[in-house]
Design a protein around this ligand. Structure first.
Ligand code: HEM
Length: 184
């Protein structure tokens, strides 16, 4: 077989070999950067902490809004309804700051120690992070006020169903943004 006739075959073989590798390398450029920045147990622990913080905070708000509040309204009234509300808020008020601290610490770690390196020069990624960050603090503020004791908090609690609904909607938006950021 002449040497010339092999060229197209060789070229094809090289293309077949390198194109996927190039694509992998391209993806790997990002995933490797994340993987390199995320080696070791700490990034994994921080990612778990962040996901559990999100699950318990949004799950708690969702349960309050869709199960506990309607059930209490249907089955309790007057003093006993008030007693249950105060009891629930007193407990939630203790748990919320822990969940917020977990989300803030793990979130900053995720960004400052892991993901920002993988997304250098990706303005859209950092913009989405900024939007997610602001939404997160709006959720923290509303969740704290809905379980708070101050006059302004009690004013908000008169329309707890609406404000809890808004808090949950913002939480859903945060998770959707995070899911998109993960794929960038
Ligand atoms: C209500 C508050 C928050 C919720 C519900 C939330 C939810 C989430 C979820 C579900 C993820 C995806 C986790 C994964 O698949 O690994 C995520 C990722 C992330 N979150 Fe949050 N988060 C919140 C607050 C924050 C805060 C306050 C920060 C920063 C201080 C932050 C920074 C990040 C970063 C950097 C990522 C990684 C994104 C990526 O993979 O590129 N989050 N968040």
């Amino acid at each position: 077989m002449h040497h010339h006739s092999l060229r197209p075959v060789t070229t094809l073989a090289l293309v077949a070999l390198f194109v996927p590798l190039a694509a992998l390398a391209q993806d790997e450029a990002t995933t490797t950067a994340v993987a390199e920045a995320a080696t070791g147990i700490v990034p994994l622990l921080m990612r778990w902490l962040h996901v559990f913080g999100a699950i318990f905070l949004l799950g708690g708000a969702f349960y309050l809004r869709t199960v506990l509040m309607p059930a209490a309204a249907e089955n309790l009234e007057g003093e006993s309804a008030q007693k249950l509300r105060q009891g629930v808020m007193a407990r939630w008020r203790k748990i919320l700051p822990i969940l917020m601290l977990v989300l803030i610490v793990s979130g900053f770690y995720n960004y400052l120690a892991v993901t920002r390196f993988a997304h250098e020069g990706q303005g859209q990624y950092h913009m989405l992070f900024g939007i997610k960050f602001l939404l997160a603090f709006a959720v923290f503020m509303l969740a704290s006020m809905l379980s708070g004791k101050k006059a302004i908090a009690q004013k908000l609690q008169q329309n707890a169903g609406l404000w809890l609904g808004i808090t949950i909607a913002m939480g859903v938006a945060i998770v959707m943004i995070a899911g998109y950021m993960k794929l960038m």
